[in-house]
Design a binder for this molecule. Structure first.
Ligand code: FES
Length: 145
């Protein structure tokens, strides 16, 4: 086997990896984005994100306590987040289905979105949002041990 074909073979293997670490821009740099998540208690989390990932996936990957009971299917409305004002117009507008789900949330407002319906793009680098208290796990119901 020639050097060229060995190199070509290893290149093919490296392309089988899929995930945030496999996403690079044209310069070969990892094109990571930042997602800033706040909780109602004032805590803040800076999450590494990548294009194409849904916000709810990133929040869960960081172990933050969002309910997201339907796993991102857009049917439970328990991934309710509040998007900071200057970011709202940068998001893709909500679909009719998302608007219908938001209508089911009594406390929803102009800043409300479903985290499973927001996909990270380069234009959303630095996105700031708050997980609505209604969509947080109630840790007080968990028993120790
Ligand atoms: S996770 Fe159920 S609607 Fe978003």
């Amino acid at each position: 086997m020639s050097i060229e074909s060995q190199l070509d073979h290893s290149h093919t293997q490296s392309r089988e990896v899929d995930g945030p670490a496999d996403r690079f821009d044209e310069d070969g740099d990892a094109g990571f984005l930042t997602l800033n998540v706040r909780l109602a208690d004032g805590s803040r989390f800076e999450c590494e994100a990548a294009e194409g990932f849904r916000v709810v996936e990133l929040i869960r990957a960081y172990g933050l306590p969002i309910k997201a009971e339907c796993g991102g299917s857009g049917v439970c409305a328990t991934c309710h987040v509040r998007v900071a004002g200057n970011w709202r117009e940068r998001l893709a507008p909500p679909s009719d289905d998302e608007l219908a789900k938001l209508d089911e949330i009594a406390t929803a407002g102009e800043d409300s979105r479903l985290a499973c319906q927001i996909e990270m793009t380069a234009g959303l680098d630095g996105l700031e949002l708050l997980i609505d208290p209604d969509s947080l796990h109630d840790r007080t119901n968990q028993t120790a041990g």
